[in-house]
Write a protein that binds this ligand. Structure first.
Ligand code: GDP
Ligand code: MG
Length: 727
């Protein structure tokens, strides 16, 4: 009686097409989350086929199952402990040799495994010929051919997987990877010892456990020790003896021996099943790489692409941004006109629409940025960019790969921090995460535009460019500092993978883009909504304000004055008079508003924190704006607007005029910009840092360190500037 519920796991090298096949199989019925305890993405989906309920899991992409990276541990633990009914190994057929390392390891694991030779089209176009029947026979594994991006062979693959699940447990162990006779002897001795001490209690395959112990696999060792310490110690003594024997025999670590043996096995396998048609070996990827990673051309081309990306993001993103701004404006006006004057209305219009609306307008930019990045990734260019930046990044003691998160930091730090996941070593990951917030994100740009535009006139562009540059230099500087102090040691060695160039698939581009934007939207939406409400509450309460000035009296006087004027005015002057009266009344309203805000909780907080900001030349209003920027950097500008421009005439120039009159100088504006560039990351980023580093401490460190650096540099700018008489 076949079981109705089956679990099918997709394993494979990165870029072999796992996610593509996963998407075809599960369609929209997928759930994305994290593997418990680690920051590796977990995708699963459940479908109903062949009268079964099939749970499909997309395992992290790995090249092997050694416990060296989180991805490998996650994939291996899943197969070992969760025991899926079938594991489909997605193999890039155009890169057979490289893929077979994982394939042989899966075969050794004694799970039910099925090979999908994907990218069959690419293999064919390169003249590669794989004898699937022979491969299947040699390894006793069903082999199917698929072309993921054209949905070819996927149905047959699923069918084969279900059939395999229904079959009796395999198989003939002689068809598995065999080692030389000395290693096989050690395997035998250790297997026997495991059998003696653990009997049937061990949930792993015995032969596999023996091989892993010979390879000194710490995870397996710990697992045995946790099960039964005494038994494990007895087995481990035997293992140590065997390892010593092997080391003496070959003058080589047993783990290296085992790896060599596996490669030898693979070389043999390749000879049997792999042929290539002569004359068809023109490798397009290699030719393209001659140009794109050229010593002289590579960098200019790379900078051109980056420039084009920002151009696309900000120029083309500007149009939909304007539409959304208009929509938000319309919504806000409609609500103000229809709702009666009340606290609820103020909450809706000033708090929620004002706050969330100011962030939603960035959605097109974000979508476009992520689209460009998905394009770089899916075509294979991102790996080349990392390759090119490798030398520069080594200055910080990091790899070229760390450059990708930093680059994304210009857009938004949240996905940038998440992009650090691809780094193998935890040290590298945390270091990259810590220096990424110095890359000036797009939300800070409005602040620079307002401040530099107001105080530096035609030189604003240069000033903003220098601010960006300062961020980059500081991120390199702190990177070096951290590498020398907190993260001492070498960067983890790794081979830069250069996957072949591919024409990206629209669907996969959109999915990649949307996956990231969705997280951004959800997190930002929640946090920004909450933050906007908090800021609104702080500025709207307490309601009962005792004013120092009698505004009602002012209004009465204005009404009287204009009534008198109207009495003696000619009909043609009436319009002008009404306008003047409106302006005068507006001025009173805004003066009242200014006083109210000064006496609100926000004003009180501002006065309280003012001493901290005094030395860097920022007034209490600026201090509050900076504080509110913790929620999201965009809010800095709107808070400045609320605090400074409240008593001003309406119009586009309201805020700049108010700022100029407030006593702010170019120097203090510069100091404030430096502070905005460097100080604590926004709430969404901070929570991403916590999630991705898995540690509260690193989050607090990042907040404290960045704010400290910001304050120090602003102080340097402001006091230094004053010293040299630049006011
Ligand atoms: P993963 O890293 O294993 O999840 O790989 P993806 O599913 O993200 O696929 C990497 C790239 O290979 C994508 O651009 C796919 O469109 C492409 N791809 C997937 N399957 C095939 C295939 O059979 N043939 C070709 N030519 N491209 C494919
Ligand atoms: Mg994938």
């Amino acid at each position: 009686m076949p079981t109705r519920n089956l679990t099918i796991a997709l394993a494979g090298n990165p870029n072999s097409g796992k996610t593509t096949i996963f998407n075809i199989l599960t369609g929209t019925r997928q759930k994305v989350g994290n593997w418990p305890g680690v920051t590796v993405e977990k995708k699963e989906g459940t479908i109903h086929r062949f009268d079964r309920r099939l749970k499909i899991i997309d395992l992290p992409g790995t090249y092997s199952l050694t416990p060296f990276s989180i991805e490998e541990i996650v994939a291996r633990d899943y197969i070992l402990l969760e025991k899926p009914d079938v594991v489909i190994d997605i193999i890039d057929a155009s890169n057979l040799e490289r893929s077979l390392y994982l394939a042989t390891q899966l075969r050794e694991l004694d799970c039910k495994v099925l090979f999908a030779l994907n990218m069959a089209d690419m293999a064919r176009s390169r003249g590669i010929n794989i004898d699937g029947g022979k491969l299947s026979e040699l390894l006793d594994v069903p082999v199917m051919f698929t072309v993921g991006n054209k949905s070819q062979g996927i149905d047959a693959l699923l069918k084969a997987a279900v059939e395999l699940a229904d079959k009796e447990k395999n198989s003939n162990s002689t068809r598995k990877v065999r080692y030389n006779k000395d290693i096989e002897h050690s395997i035998g001795v250790i297997s026997e010892s495991i059998g003696r001490h653990f009997g049937e209690t061990l949930s792993f395959n015995t032969r596999w456990t023996a091989v892993k112990l010979i390879e000194n696999d710490s995870v397996v060792r710990e697992h045995l020790l946790a099960m039964d310490t005494r038994a494990a110690e007895a087995v481990l003594t035997e293992v140590q003896a065997q390892r010593t024997t092997l080391t003496n025999l070959y003058d080589e670590d047993p783990e290296i021996l085992a790896t060599d043996e596996r490669y030898g096995f693979i070389t043999g396998l390749i000879k049997e099943v792999f042929t290539i048609s002569p004359g068809k070996r023109v490798d397009i990827s290699r030719n393209v790489d001659l140009v794109l990673t050229n010593r002289f051309l590579g960098m200019p081309i790379f900078f051109f692409f980056i420039w084009a990306m920002f151009q696309t993001t900000f120029t083309f993103g500007g149009y939909p941004m304007a539409w959304i701004e208009t929509l938000v404006g319309l919504l806000s006006t409609a609500l103000s006109n229809t709702l009666p004057e009340s606290l609820l209305k103020s909450l809706l219009v000033d708090g929620i629409i004002g706050g969330v609306g100011s962030v939603v307008v960035f959605l097109p930019n974000i979508l476009m940025l992520f689209f460009c990045i998905a394009l770089f990734e899916d075509t294979g260019y991102m790996a080349r960019a990392a390759f090119l930046m490798d030398k520069v990044m080594h200055l910080i003691g990091l790899h070229g790969k760390s450059f990708i998160p930093m680059l994304m930091g210009f857009g938004c730090n949240v996905p940038a921090v998440m992009a650090a996941r691809t780094l193998e070593s935890k040290k590298d990951r945390i270091l990259t995460i810590l220096i990424t917030p110095f890359m000036s994100c797009s939300a800070k740009l409005p602040v620079y535009i307002v401040l530099a535009g107001t105080f530096f006139g035609p030189r604003a562009g240069t000033v903003i460019f220098c601010i960006y540059l300062t961020g980059i230099l500081l991120s390199i500087g702190t990177g070096r500092l951290f590498r020398k102090t907190l993260f001492r040691g070498e960067e983890a060695p790794f081979v830069m993978e250069l996957p072949p160039y591919r024409v990206p698939m629209a669907k996969s581009l959109l999915i990649h883009m949307w996956d990231r934007s969705k997280i951004f939207l959800r997190k930002m939406g929640g946090i920004i909504l909450a933050g906007s409400i908090v800021i609104w509450v702080l500025s709207a309460f307490p309601r009962a304000v005792v004013y120092d000035h009698d505004y009602a009296m002012d209004r009465t006087r204005i009404h009287q004055l204009y009534a008198e004027k109207a009495a003696i005015a000619s009909p043609s002057e009436m319009g002008i008079l009404a306008e003047q009266r409106g302006a005068a009344l507006g001025k009173v309203d805004r003066a009242e508003n200014t006083e109210r805000i000064e006496k609100s909780y926000m004003g009180k907080i501002g006065k309280f924190i003012a001493p901290v900001f005094k030395p860097i030349g920022v007034e209490w209003q600026g201090g509050v704006a900076l504080l509110s920027g913790f929620v999201a950097k965009e809010i800095v500008v709107s808070t400045l607007g609320v605090l400074y421009a409240a008593g001003e005439e309406d119009g586009d120039d309201a805020l700049p005029d108010a700022l100029r009159r407030s006593g702010m100088t170019p120097l203090s504006a510069l100091s404030m910009m430096v502070f905005v560039l460097l100080y604590l990351p926004c709430l969404a980023t901070v929570s991403a840092i916590r999630r991705e580093t898995g540690s509260f401490r690193w989050m607090l460190f990042s907040i404290g360190f960045n704010t400290g650096v910001a304050w120090f540099f602003s102080l340097l700018v402001y006091q230094g500037g004053k010293l040299f008489g630049i006011a």
